[in-house]
Design a protein around this ligand. Structure first.
Ligand code: XMP
Length: 236
């Protein structure tokens, strides 16, 4: 999954007709688009199964489910969440274990492996005060445990490039090769090219893309920026 980097992941926080229209408009941009992110807005309105089915009729990109946020419950529930998500046809599942603890994180990764989902772990969020209720080193602790569990994909903020570099450095020090998916560009202030320079592999883009008059052109514009920052070769 996600063979070429850098790449763009549209966040489809829209209704199903618009989601399908965006998927249709970018379906041939195989180099630029790494996958599509389905979130709570689509899933709550239409059900995950229906959304997956309809998007798969339009395109063959990997589908990432970001429940905004999953993986925050007791371990047993998180295992059930992974099964439901896998049964719906999703390829990769994002968890945010902040507030849930290590048993939940372990259960999430294990259940993803059981159900052939790619586990993706949120390290920290993009918006101001997002860590207000957390211990100062929450992100580093989540990263350390995830690396021990052999998680290879993480969400970290594009609008805090110094954190992207720090995350990549910590992983390298432990001889781990990871990939970072970064939201927080456009309205949240991050620059896609700066994020990729700092260590992001994939840029998650919501409003900047689905509010654009021509999402396809916006994808091409962003891709031009990020592909100049790093060559889009298969790294591993
Ligand atoms: P925008 O419209 O700001 O939305 O481009 C970005 C998408 O990414 C999600 N998002 C986040 N997800 N950690 C996450 O795991 C974050 O810090 C974060 N910030 C934004 C958001 O839900 C939307 O789908």
């Amino acid at each position: 999954m996600f063979n070429h980097q850098p790449g763009i992941i549209p966040a489809l926080d829209v209704d199903i007709e618009q989601a399908k229209a965006i998927a249709e408009s970018v379906k041939d941009l195989k180099r630029e688009i790494a996958g599509l992110k389905i979130g709570s807005i689509l899933c709550w309105q239409y059900s995950l199964r229906k959304v997956v089915k309809e998007l798969k009729e339009v395109c063959d990109f990997p589908l990432i489910f970001d429940a905004q946020k999953a993986g925050t419950d007791i371990p047993d529930m998180v295992r059930k969440q992974a099964k439901v998500v896998a049964d719906a046809g999703i390829d990769a599942f994002i968890a945010a274990p902040q507030g849930a603890g290590s048993a939940t994180l372990t259960a999430f990764v294990d259940a993803c492996n059981v159900h052939q989902l790619l586990p993706i772990v949120v390290l920290e969020m993009t918006h101001p005060e997002s860590s207000a209720f957390l211990v100062d080193d929450a992100a580093d602790r989540i990263l350390e445990q995830s690396l021990e569990l052999d998680v290879k994909h993480f969400v970290a903020p594009a609008n805090r490039p110094e954190r992207l570099s720090a995350v990549k450095r910590i992983a390298e020090e432990r001889a781990k090769r990871i990939r970072i998916l970064s939201p927080g560009v456009g309205p949240q202030g991050g620059g896609p090219d700066r994020a990729v320079e700092a260590g992001a592999d994939f840029i998650i883009v919501g409003r900047a893309l689905y509010q654009a008059e021509e999402p396809e052109e916006e994808v091409k514009r962003i891709y031009k920026l990020i592909s100049r920052s790093r060559s889009g070769t298969i790294l591993y």
